[in-house]
Ligand binder design. Structure first.
Ligand SMILES: [Zn+2]
Length: 253
């Protein structure tokens, strides 16, 4: 696709047109979902009324990123300073929770970092390319109840020392959550070059809530073959959702 150049103000207007506010986190009855068999991602939309968007949504994630607009995107301002507190194996991923105090500023909005977690292989693709691992930093703006995700890809290469700290402390069994013995220096899980793709999307897990501001870092970090293998072994199976249609969405870089 031929790239076009648009001004930032037009971009802001265009993005807000396609933007829907994320609904509140779901409460009540817990519906079992997963990545294999009867409850795999192609069935999510049928498992519960609350999961309908997983099959009917028009702004779903992940996507194969092919940017269609080149703009001078402002840098994301990362303020990742608070401590990581605990680490959970929730059966769907390994998740590290973060104490309040860390945030990002993007599009003039501030989102507080809540947690980060991992998918293997990557959920998003970049120009058709899949990566063996993808980290999602999940942020929330409480007064608008909207979410922003920063995604970082990993390619196979040198061992990643920060991942090693996480893998050494991750619970091997599903539904286990433990306090971290050693805090994770998670700010080091961001690439030095922080150019990114920007688009609107959804949670990649049920209820597939839309209105999520996605930021996918262009530059991958490295993880060793053994580290990628270890994560897959703990998860027992890939934990990536299928690629979703882009529909009318705009992707900028
Ligand atoms: Zn995720």
């Amino acid at each position: 696709m031929k790239k076009q150049t648009i001004s930032l103000s037009l971009l802001a207007a265009t993005l807000s047109l396609t933007f829907a506010t994320a609904s509140a986190e779901e409460h009540g009855k817990v519906t079992h979902w997963g990545y294999t068999g009867d409850v795999s991602s192609e069935h999510w939309g049928e498992l519960s009324d609350k999961f309908k968007l997983c099959s009917t949504g028009k702004n779903q994630s992940p996507i194969d990123i092919k940017s269609n607009f080149d703009v001078d995107l402002p840098k994301i301002k990362f303020n990742y300073t608070s401590k990581s507190t605990d680490i959970a194996n929730n059966g769907h991923t390994i998740q590290v929770d973060v104490a309040s105090g860390s945030n990002i500023e993007s599009d003039g909005k501030t989102f507080e970092l809540k947690q980060f977690h991992f998918h293997t292989p990557s959920e998003n693709k970049i120009n058709g390319k899949s990566f063996p691992l993808e980290a999602h930093f999940v942020h929330r703006m409480s007064h608008e109840n909207t979410y922003a995700v920063v995604a970082v890809m990993f390619e196979e290469g040198d061992e990643n020392p920060v991942l090693e700290e996480i893998w050494n402390q991750m619970p091997k069994k599903a539904s286990e959550k433990v306090s971290l013995d050693k805090a994770i220096d998670y700010a080091k899980l961001l690439p030095e070059d922080q150019d990114y793709y920007r688009f609107n999307g959804s949670f990649t897990t049920p209820p597939c809530t839309e209105g999520v501001y996605w930021h996918v870092m262009k530059k991958p970090l490295s993880a060793s073959k053994a580290q990628i293998k270890k994560f897959l072994e703990v998860m027992h199976h890939p934990n990536n959702r299928d690629i979703q249609d882009i529909d009318a969405r705009i992707i900028v870089e």
